[in-house]
Design a protein around this ligand. Sequence first.
Ligand code: APR
Length: 225
Amino acid sequence: MRDHVVVLTGAGISAESGLSTFRDNGGLWEEHSVYDVATPEAFARNQELVLRFYNDRRRQLESAQPNQAHRLLAELESRYRVTIVTQNVDDLHERGGSSNVIHLHGELTKARSSQHPELVYDIGYRDIQPGETCERGAQLRPHIVWFGEEVPMLDAAAEMVRTADHLLIVGTSLQVYPAAGLVYEVEPGVPVTVVDPAEPPSVSRARFIQKGACEGVADWVAGLS
Ligand code: APR
């Protein structure tokens, strides 16, 4: 049975593809207030502002490309069972070639009904318009997990971390729960490595590679037997 590599990723893994992170200098949460664009209350208050925020990010994503870190994790599937657990809503892991990707916080390339959450639609990189509805007549919204909302894929992700033989954490500040709590699901004795160019998020017993994702993941892969 091949070893199971689980990779928990955040916005930092897509930084070298030109996509902004949230909490770094010049990050998204410096320019926008979470309370204006990333809560159900914000959507109820000002749909146009929220739709514009995600339409802009979706257009940016269309011209972004997967980077070396995304590609290396996909290539690893030839030797290991690899599960990507990502907080990212971009599709760069899939475009990089990864086949097992769990999106904890939703996906930019999908829309869903604001009244019937089971109605989810692939929309590629196009805008969602105010007044655009699902098949039951309710306004469409981005298929994103907003602050204060359930994280439907959390249990599936926790199960993956519990069965990991290696846990790699790339480009996340581990400040947002419940996603950040997944690091505590790893079995004792399983090697844990964090790749981040800045001060590492505190993960006990973890080895730390203080580099950007592309170089750091390359180092980590080179160190795997
Ligand atoms: N390579 C690797 N890591 C990087 C790079 C890089 N080139 N550039 C920055 N980083 C690191 C930062 O040092 C930071 O630790 O990526 C991390 C980004 O942290 P955040 O901006 O907080 O993003 P993330 O952890 O993904 O946010 C979690 O918060 O806003 C919500 O829903 C949103 O999914 C998101 C969640």
